[in-house]
Design a protein around this ligand. Structure first.
Ligand SMILES: NC(=O)c1ccc[n+]([C@@H]2O[C@H](COP(=O)([O-])OP(=O)(O)OC[C@H]3O[C@@H](n4cnc5c(N)ncnc54)[C@H](O)[C@@H]3O)[C@@H](O)[C@H]2O)c1
Length: 312
């Protein structure tokens, strides 16, 4: 089955998804939209997409579109996802799903109300190397502690001004990178209770460039650390789980954004290079085909962000 996609937001991520979507038998890209009109035309020409436009409402009005990929700045995600769902489309929305827990819950409710799929692109969940870690945990538990870090030696380019405003990005590195790690922690442990113990955000204005959180997932301590423009020789992305029987670590190799491995007590379990978008699209196709494969959206991630930022 081929799902016909409309893509909103044709920046770096939007185009990266299109590149892999047009190569996949599971999808065809039938419409693209960006508020910058030339961008829509250029991308449509490059990938032979039959429709392009500059108004999101017009994209939703294209009858051929069955699912919308929302790759716009963060503050638009929740409202655009809700509009897509209400228009009868499935929605794949970039992280973060919303800029508050209330908006995240409202968007999840919109999906239930419309009977359509809402899929958040928590990219790292969908990697084979992460699946290896998750599948291993039941046999080496119980988990004693967990820590995760995303220290990116780059930050968003200065030309992407929306990343540096609370109103359009929600926050800085914690929203951009931390949302992935918070999601992974909750998805892996599925705790009954989630508590934020401490949150330290660096002092840059208007958005933080680094953050450290300490959480408790039930009784399990979970530490999260993120930064942009990290003063390291290479980017570090990792998640480490200490259990009663093992130390399991998932990490990127040599600073790569695309190559990850899973190691148990020093023994390599899996080492894979990926485009990342390919994994997201495969998981999205699987969820469209089989409701039992729809990834859970834990909106408590956004409660943690609300608390860390002191949002009401
Ligand atoms: N899942 C991941 O790992 C991952 C990685 C990178 C980026 N992202 C997310 O993808 C999103 C986009 O990031 P990016 O780096 O591509 O940003 P970007 O600035 O390169 O692209 C955003 C695009 O959206 C367009 N846009 C703005 N308002 C719009 C509207 N109303 N309708 C349609 N288009 C609109 C802009 O013109 C721009 O082309 C962000 O939310 C980011 O968090 C996710």
């Amino acid at each position: 089955m081929t799902t016909r996609l409309g893509v909103a937001g044709l920046g770096w991520l939007g185009e990266a998804l299109i590149r892999d979507a047009v190569a996949s038998p599971a999808f065809s890209v039938v419409a693209v939209q960006d508020v910058v009109p030339d961008r829509g035309r250029e991308v449509a020409d490059r990938y032979a997409v039959p429709w392009h436009g500059d108004r999101y409402e017009d994209l939703l009005g294209v009858p051929d579109v069955q699912a919308v990929l929302i790759c716009t700045p963060n503050h638009l995600h929740a409202a655009q996802a809700q509009l897509a769902l209400q228009a009868g489309k499935h929605a794949l929305v970039q992280k973060p799903l919303a800029l508050s827990a209330a908006d995240a819950r409202q968007t999840v409710a919109a999906a239930h109300g419309a009977g359509r799929l809402l899929f958040v692109d928590y990219t790292y969940r969908f990697l084979e190397s992460m699946a290896v870690l998750r599948d291993l945990l039941p046999s080496v538990g119980p988990v004693r502690s967990m820590r995760a870090a995303f220290h990116n030696i780059y930050g968003p380019g200065a030309e992407k001004t929306w990343f540096f405003s609370r109103s359009t990005a929600g926050g800085g590195a914690l929203t951009d990178l931390g949302v992935h790690l918070l999601d992974l922690g909750l998805w892996l442990l599925r705790p009954g209770r989630v508590g934020l113990l401490t949150a330290k955000l660096s002092a840059e204005e208007p958005v933080e460039h680094a953050a450290e959180l300490r959480l408790a997932l039930d009784e399990v301590p979970f530490e999260v650390a993120v930064s942009w423009n990290a003063s390291l020789s290479s980017t570090q992305i990792c998640l480490e789980v200490e259990t009663q029987a093992a130390m399991v670590r998932w990490e990127n190799l040599d600073g790569s954004f695309f190559r990850f491995r899973t190691v148990r007590d020093g023994e390599l379990l899996l080492d894979r290079e990926t485009t990342l978008r390919d994994d997201t699209l495969r998981a999205f196709a699987a969820a469209l085909a089989d409701p039992s494969l729809v990834p859970v959206i834990d909106t408590r991630v956004y409660d943690m962000l609300d608390q860390a930022y002191g949002r009401p």
